[in-house]
Design a protein around this ligand. Structure first.
Ligand SMILES: NC(=O)C1=CN([C@@H]2O[C@H](COP(=O)(O)OP(=O)(O)OC[C@H]3O[C@@H](n4cnc5c(N)ncnc54)[C@H](O)[C@@H]3O)[C@@H](O)[C@H]2O)C=CC1
Ligand SMILES: N[C@@H](CC=O)C(=O)O
Ligand code: NA
Length: 436
């Protein structure tokens, strides 16, 4: 049988890993796929690096579109990133009847609805395991392994760079900027690392998982995003004293009012497995009504772990290439005409518990004022500690609340900040028990 020809677009970190894995495990991959899979062609702006990565027997070009349209290419692997050229090149490949494998979560979270519709029309597959949680087969789990379930919620540590930064800051007391540079050096970070540290990358991945879990279109524009760049080391320390770890969490939950879709730093009880996921590792907790909570753990970024997912998709596409399009696993887990229009809840409507840190004058009555303002919004307090009893500086009051709607916390914070005895802004970090 004729080999399957792969056309690689982008021979950077993940492209390089993909070329390595395709070569290193060629024999086993072919035994699994039932066909030889050959890296036939590659495009990169940097032809020297592409030659190093791909070897001498691969046709090299600097024009991505030459791969997308080449008659000998069966599967186009898009690994350039971004949503401009990448979008055009993916649509061009689909138009030319090519199957596509991509690791590009930004592209899918923003343009996925259009791309999947086009792929459906042309009878080709767009596979994207590497786009969410790197090497962890979470797309496979959501789309196939959990298809019996009504999925209730998903919570994930899904940005390796942020988790690496938070871990190094906590364990080594390292400086944010230094650790970010190290994450870039190791190939974990996005081309623009603000996407990592401001929560966008996690939001892209969460948007994709929510679509698969709930059978809804991609709606990245409605995802609430808050990153780790403004986190203060003090809060990480105080959270630990209270028995919590701070993680950048992506959380999507189906409620009676709609779907929560949010990324933000989150206090998680230190005893939970997910609270102990460190470094570049990712973990995704999925709660299904039949199976209960399930946890998926592994490397969320880096050349070889991500290539593991890219190559698995190439194998999958090779196996499915001969099946009729309507007998393939649907792109978004639900049949395309079965997607629902569920409301995405604004963050003000979300219900959570909260960690609040307030800088207040150390004098009688301040704590009473704060608790009164919280009580006026129906907010009850689970724990309170007072920190930093330094006569020259304001005292810090740290409070943990019970679960309440975010808009009530917003109102209470505004009233607390207006107190004469309170200095500056109240720090608020959401808390999740994640106990199923
Ligand atoms: N690095 C990681 O750990 C992970 C990355 N991803 C995704 O994989 C994709 C690739 O990421 P990396 O490999 O890290 O990026 P990278 O920056 O290391 O590699 C991109 C490569 O594409 C080439 N390129 C860019 N635009 C081009 C164009 N118009 N024509 C030809 N070549 C072009 C660049 O020269 C570079 O070699 C992105 O979508 C990223 O979000 C997904 C999971 C993990
Ligand atoms: N920049 C991303 C790479 C993988 O998706 C991350 O740090 O997780
Ligand atoms: Na994955």
């Amino acid at each position: 049988m004729k080999p399957i020809h792969v056309g690689l677009i982008g021979a950077g970190t993940v492209g390089g890993g993909t070329a390595t894995v395709l070569k290193r495990n060629a024999a086993e991959i072919s035994r699994r796929a039932g066909r030889e899979i050959r890296l036939f062609m590659a495009a990169d702006r940097d032809l020297v690096r592409a030659r190093e990565v791909c070897g001498d027997d691969v046709l090299l070009v600097d024009d991505a579109f030459a791969v997308a349209t080449h008659p000998e290419v069966d599967i186009v692997v898009e690994l350039i990133g971004g949503d401009t050229v990448a979008k055009e090149v993916v649509l061009k490949a689909i138009e030319h009847g090519k199957h596509v494998v991509t690791a590009n979560k930004k592209l899918l979270a923003i343009h996925g609805n259009e791309i999947f519709a086009k792929a459906q029309e042309k009878g080709v597959t767009v596979a994207f395991e590497a786009a969410v949680a790197g090497g962890i087969p979470i797309i496979k789990a959501l789309r196939e392994g959990l298809s019996a379930n009504h999925i209730e919620w998903i919570a994930g540590i899904i940005n390796g760079t942020s988790n690496f930064i938070l871990t190094e800051m906590r364990e080594q007391g390292s400086d944010f900027a230094d650790v970010l540079k190290e994450a870039q050096r190791l190939g974990y970070a996005e081309a623009d690392p603000t996407f990592d540290v401001e929560g966008h990358d996690a939001g892209h991945k969460l948007t994709i998982m929510a679509a698969l879990a709930f059978g809804i279109p991609m709606q990245f524009d409605k995802c609430y995003l808050e990153g780790i760049s403004r986190l203060d080391g003090r809060d990480i320390k105080y959270a630990e004293e209270l028995g919590y770890r701070v993680k950048l969490l992506g959380l999507t939950r189906r409620t009676d009012k709609g779907v929560e879709l949010r990324v933000h730093p989150t206090l998680i009880p230190e005893g939970r497995l997910i609270a102990n996921v460190n470094g570049v590792m990712n973990a995704v907790l999925v709660k299904g009504d039949a199976v209960g909570p399930t946890l998926y753990y592994g490397a969320g970024a880096g050349a070889l772990p991500t290539a593991s997912a890219v190559v698995a998709d190439i194998v999958d596409v090779t196996r499915l290439a001969t099946a009729d399009p309507e007998h393939r696993v649907p792109h978004l887990a639900f049949q395309p005409d079965q997607l629902q229009d569920l409301t995405i809840l604004p963050i003000a409507e979300v219900v959570s518990s909260y960690y609040l840190r307030i800088e207040a004058a150390d004098r009688t009555g301040v704590l009473a004022d704060i608790t009164r303002l919280l009580a006026e919004q129906g907010i009850s307090i689970e724990a309170v500690i007072q920190k930093g009893v330094n006569p020259a500086a304001p005292a810090e009051v740290v409070l943990l609340t019970h679960r309440v709607e975010e808009k009530k916390v917003d109102a209470a914070i505004a009233a607390i900040e207006a107190l004469e005895s309170v200095a500056g802004k109240v720090v608020r970090i959401r808390m999740e028990e994640l106990n199923g």
